[in-house]
Design a protein around this ligand. Sequence first.
Ligand code: NAP
Length: 362
Amino acid sequence: MAKHTVTLIPGDGIGPEITTAMRRVVEATGVDIEWEIADAGEHVMAEYGTPLPDHVIESVRKNKVAIKGPVTTPVGTGFRSVNVALRKALDLYVNMRPAFSIPGTGARYENIDMVIVRENTEDLYAGVEFEQGKPETAELIKFVADHGAGTIRPDSGISLKPISIMGSERIVRYAFEYALANGRKKVTAVHKANILKYSDGLYLDVARKVAAEYEGRVDFEDRIVDMTCMGLVLYPEDFDVLVLPNLYGDIISDLAAGLIGGLGMAPGANIGADCAVFEPVHGSAPKYTGKDMANPTAEILTAVLMLQHLGEHDAAERILAAVKTVLAEGTDVTYDIKRTNTGSTEGAVGTQAYADAIIAKL
Ligand code: NAP
């Protein structure tokens, strides 16, 4: 029996290509993993009637660890995000996205080293929505007016932004515990509490209470989300661990990915009390599907996070060192890295050739 069994969800778009590259790199370290392949996304709809079949969720529940490629979500119509559904089903309340500079990526900044801790289950992403023109939407609009809470135009669609004490407490506590366990100095809670008094205001109140428990051990500050965006661009070295409600976390983690050279570089993890699902920040980049062009670095660094979680620190460090060497050399790199480094994609290698270059350096 393998030492670890991990659910592997290849996803769609560039997902199958980059997860293949990731798997080859992980296997080349000799780490003992059995992959349980579980497919999710539009391509399984015909067979199972859903993009996220129960057996996929059950596989993650059983193995407790999964790694996935991105899954496409149709815009506006069609099914809701498989990624959001998986996070909800398994109560993966933490979305952890480290952003650290690796020389050779052509990033505009050097020495970036921060961790984004995004709340993953509530806020505007809770999926509580009322469609324009539906009777229940009209009822809600009337309820709001009857309670003197405001006037909503009758032709509106509505998405609710629930933020709870429990949800805020556990995410802020995770950020502080993460900071303590990883030698981080400061936690910044990000919000828009000046405008959204009952949702972000609650979040900030809870964050302050939790922060008081860590006084003297981890520094705390809070910042408004718009000022945070400016601060990240002007003085990214001011940030260490950021903890954010779901929507701001989504946006700011892409901003942080930009600081380190783009989405092709940014790994991530969804963590709950029982299970962890590792996935890169980026999406399925449909236009690159099947072209052997996509950069698998984010997926490979995501595997590094997974290996650390599994206690396979040696394999994790070897992969990280090999990725750094290949990027520093700058020859066998994918189109996006070539483009940021030279302004042209000429001389770029494909997804699998880049993985081969990493394997050669292990
Ligand atoms: P995206 O797939 O992240 O791609 C946006 C752009 O980012 C790409 O066109 C490419 O830019 C660059 N990029 C992303 N990943 C890259 C990689 N591995 N290597 C090189 N460049 C990469 O964002 P999107 O087009 O907004 O989303 C596509 C689909 O993915 C949507 O259906 C969305 O809902 C879904 N999505 C899924 C997840 C998930 O599964 N967790 C997360 C986010 C989005 P250039 O064209 O400039 O090279």
